[in-house]
Design a protein around this ligand. Structure first.
Ligand code: GTP
Ligand code: MG
Length: 589
């Protein structure tokens, strides 16, 4: 039954498959259509549709039939999300490092102005001529301690980095304008920071304005679940004016307090690891990248791999444009010497030489291919391999009023094995930042009564993010419920729906043969899965192509009646063959 590959080339290639896998995913893995997978499964006696999940044995038989070696894939051990934590073996040389901070908040609430205010009042290297250059991040010094700020404000940029697998932010500063209060993007920013499990420091901005109302902002924040210290919660909140430069040093000191609680550490004695925050091609200097060092120390002359590019460090500059010989953890530096322009979010790793560089580049390429989002279709698959223990859902509804009830229904679907976690909800269409959040959180997006923005759909298609939109609450909840139940019911049982015995054979011209049968049990139905038994042997498994009572084509024939049966791609009936109509059903627990 083994099928020879079309290419015909030798391929004792090894395919690894998990404990269970979706039919569609198996097709992707073998680079054949799902239909071919379904056909092969049928030949092996398993009737599954494209969205179903099959177990290892079933999948392995298919893989073997396509001529590959097959092996069980070990459980995934990839870490998901979270900030950079050095490995246990690194603990020896661990030292405290500066925090890396991203500023977020609603449009026009003063993010850029705050970044500028911090930079102007606290830039470290004033003697370098005061020409701070824009390299994507900068460091300031407060009471002898450093803080690194990422120059691109907003939760979109923050989550876009996470979506690329880079977890660089330790603390977010949430800017809320005192005259405007908590707005939709403030809420988004809160959800994005929470999804990343990054602590939030609130900066109530524009307190110089006569319309400023700090109490109202604090009230709204507590409604959003951010209870500030003054109100008995644990969220640090500082009143500032980015314009008048009021409260800036207090904000910085508070950031350091939060950083201290986080115990951010790194080992400067190791070879460097970092993340690209900006990259460009300079006409005269070639590829340039701003890298935030996460661990270890980067030195001039080091060989580095950055994403899929590599090179030897020819020069290194800080945010003031000053040449450096080395860069320590949490320091942003601009580097020269790469052979091509890397991408924002790419990882930098110092390597011993070309051999290690090549191995690493290959690993990065493989990792790029492996990152895949969760969908309702592959949910069971992902959970059973240990990859998913929480179903992260981004839920958007047409109107605010629909959010709470549906949110509650979804959260109630949580089981012992999987928790349904609504990481972000809101009203309006599904937008690009929802998709980025889904990528970063390996989540899926559910919409109710709304539409998907074109840009969001494009991104979702490219990144393989599952977006489901509904107009009926029941269908929405039922689909998620079914997907979750899939994990509780990994096995399938076969149900025999009908049996018939072949009494006579009829030729039907070029279409082949039809069997004249007498239905002994249950019923036969058109389109149903059918197998032909001859004694102990199963001759074929296929589906009922045609069903006739006298001259009429019918959909069903019940026990006690006689009819003509045609089977798809089969005509070698013999008198005495037994036909069985069967259905595969998920076993109840
Ligand atoms: N009065 C007053 N105005 C401020 C303050 N901070 C910012 N602004 C003004 O508010 C407006 C928006 O500030 P930005 O810093 O551009 O706001 P943003 O959050 O970066 O806005 P986007 O980048 O568009 O999301 C500008 O006109 C600022 O001058 C402040 O503390 N007081
Ligand atoms: Mg701005």
């Amino acid at each position: 039954m083994a099928k020879v590959s079309k290419s015909g080339e030798a391929k004792a290639k090894l395919i690894e498959i998990p404990h269970s896998i979706g039919v569609r995913q198996l097709g992707d893995l073998l680079q054949v259509s799902a239909v071919d997978i379904i056909k092969q499964l049928m030949r092996n006696g398993i009737f599954a549709n494209i969205n179903q999940v099959i177990d290892y044995e079933a999948a392995a038989a298919v893989v073997a039939a396509f001529g590959y070696e097959v092996q069980l894939k070990p459980l995934a051990t990839t870490s998901v999300g979270k900030k950079y934590r050095p490995q246990a073996e690194e603990v020896g040389g661990l030292k405290l490092r500066p925090p890396v901070v991203t500023i977020m908040g609603h449009v026009d609430h003063g993010k850029t102005r705050l970044l500028d205010a911090i930079r102007q009042t606290n830039v470290m290297d004033k003697e370098a001529g005061g020409i701070t250059q824009h390299i994507g991040a900068y460091q300031v010094e407060v009471n002898g301690q450093k803080i690194t700020f990422l120059d691109t404000p907003g939760h979109e940029a923050f989550t876009a980095m996470r979506a690329r697998g880079a977890h660089i932010t330790d603390i977010t500063v949430l800017v809320v304008a005192a005259d405007d209060g908590v707005m939709p993007q403030t809420m988004e920013a809160i959800d994005h920071a929470r999804a990343a499990e990054v602590p939030i420091v609130v900066a109530i901005n524009k307190i110089d304005k006569p319309e400023a109302n700090q109490e109202r902002v604090k009230q709204q924040l507590s409604e959003a679940g951010l209870v500030i210290e003054e109100w008995g919660g644990d969220v640090v909140c500082v009143a500032i004016s980015a314009k008048e430069k009021i409260g800036i040093s207090e904000l910085l000191e508070n950031i350091l307090v939060v950083a201290e609680m986080e115990e951010l550490k790194a080992d400067p004695s190791r070879p460097a690891v970092g993340v690209v925050v900006e990259a460009k091609l300079d006409k005269s200097r070639g590829p340039m990248a701003t890298v935030l060092i996460q661990n270890g120390t980067l030195r001039l002359g080091d060989s580095v791999v950055v994403g899929t590019s590599w090179g030897r460090l020819r020069a290194m500059f800080n945010d003031a444009g000053k040449r450096l010989r080395k860069a320590e953890p949490a320091m942003p530096v601009e580097i020269l010497g790469l052979d091509s322009v890397p991408q924002v979010g790419d990882t930098l790793t110092a390597v011993s030489g070309e051999h290690q560089a090549r191995a690493l580049i290959q690993k990065h390429e493989e990792m790029q291919q492996q990152a895949r989002a969760v969908s309702l279709d592959n949910l069971y698959d992902r959970i059973s391999t240990g990859e998913v223990k929480e179903l992260n859902v981004i839920f958007k509804a047409d109107v605010q009023g629909s959010i709470e009830p549906i949110r509650n229904s979804l959260e109630r679907l949580s089981t012992d094995e999987v928790k349904v976690r609504i990481i972000h909800s809101g009203s309006g269409n599904i937008i690009e930042s929802d998709v980025t959040l889904a990528i970063a959180s390996k989540g899926l997006i559910i919409g109710f009564g709304n539409a998907v923005d074109a840009g969001a759909q494009r991104l979702a298609d490219v990144e393989g993010v599952d977006i489901r939109t509904y107009d009926v609450i029941y269908n929405l909840v039922d689909d998620v419920d079914k997907a979750l139940k899939g994990l509780l019911e990994p096995t399938y049982v076969e149900v025999i729906e009908g049996r018939a015995e072949v009494k006579a054979l009829f030729s039907t011209g070029k279409k082949g043969k039809v069997a004249g049968v007498s239905v002994s049990e249950g019923k036969l139905s058109r389109g149903a899965a059918i197998r032909v038994r001859r004694g102990e042997q199963i001759v074929v498994e296929s589906e009922v192509d045609s069903l006739r009572r006298f001259k009429d084509s019918v959909n069903e024939v019940s026990a006690g009646l006689e009819c003509g049966v045609g089977i798809k791609d089969f005509s070698d009936f013999q008198v005495g063959d037994i036909l069985e109509i069967f259905r595969k059903e998920r076993a109840k627990r």
